[in-house]
Design a protein around this ligand. Structure first.
Ligand code: URA
Length: 209
């Protein structure tokens, strides 16, 4: 953990900006501080919030297992969430929470400097890209190159299924696995290079929840 990430995690622990969330129950980011790929979820669940670590509950275990099965070493990537505190009820999460928490994600992305940001589910995608998924899906474009918060250059951003959705619905699980396998094939492991993804592409034409 770099000193700058450590400072960000201390600030997450101290933040009380959203009194309607459990601000005593939070999860920081975790993983390779210079990862080429950052995966971003919505907010921690109860297990994550009690351990202060992202993606360590049931959905997180599925994510970690699927990454591994696809040949993506989990220790090579960086995992985090848009909102760092446990909402207790995910339906309560709003754009305001995402906006208030954005500075932490901003610092994490600035520090890690990824080449690819994987948004797990629509909340993460819409918080970063500020365009509704429906609009994106109209064009079947869920692989984009955008300037996003924390980065002063364009970065690859893609949208994939959230592992919690994959846990609930078998068709999403199949699609989630397929997406991770696809991602792994695009990555030249050992060289640190994404294959030619320098333009916007149609990748997965299925609709994403
Ligand atoms: N769901 C998320 O979006 N993030 C986590 O860390 C765990 C579950």
């Amino acid at each position: 953990m770099t000193p700058s990430l450590k400072k960000t995690y201390l600030n997450i622990a101290r933040c009380k900006d959203c009194p309607d969330l459990r601000t005593d129950c939070w999860a920081r980011g975790e993983g390779n501080p210079t990862a080429d790929i950052v995966l971003i979820g919505e907010s921690p669940g109860q297990v994550e919030a009690s351990k202060h670590r992202p993606f360590v509950g049931p959905a997180g275990r599925l994510l970690r297992k699927t990454l591994k099965q696809a040949g993506i070493p989990v220790e090579a990537v960086y995992l985090t969430n848009v909102v760092k505190c446990w909402p207790q009820n995910k339906d309560l999460l709003t754009d305001t929470h995402a906006q208030k928490c954005a500075r932490f994600l901003h610092f994490e992305l600035k520090q890690v400097q990824p080449d690819l940001v994987v948004c797990l589910g629509r909340f993460a995608f819409e918080s970063l890209i500020h365009e509704p998924v429906e609009h994106m899906a109209d064009f079947d474009k869920i692989w984009l190159q955008r300037r996003i918060l924390g980065l002063d250059r364009k970065v690859n951003v893609c949208l994939m299924y959230h592992p919690a959705a994959a846990l609930r619905h078998k068709p999403y699980l199949d699609a989630f696995r397929e997406q991770m396998e696809w991602l792994s094939r695009q990555w030249e492991w050992g060289t640190g290079n994404l294959q030619d993804l320098s333009f916007e592409k149609v990748i997965f034409s299925r609709s994403i929840i």
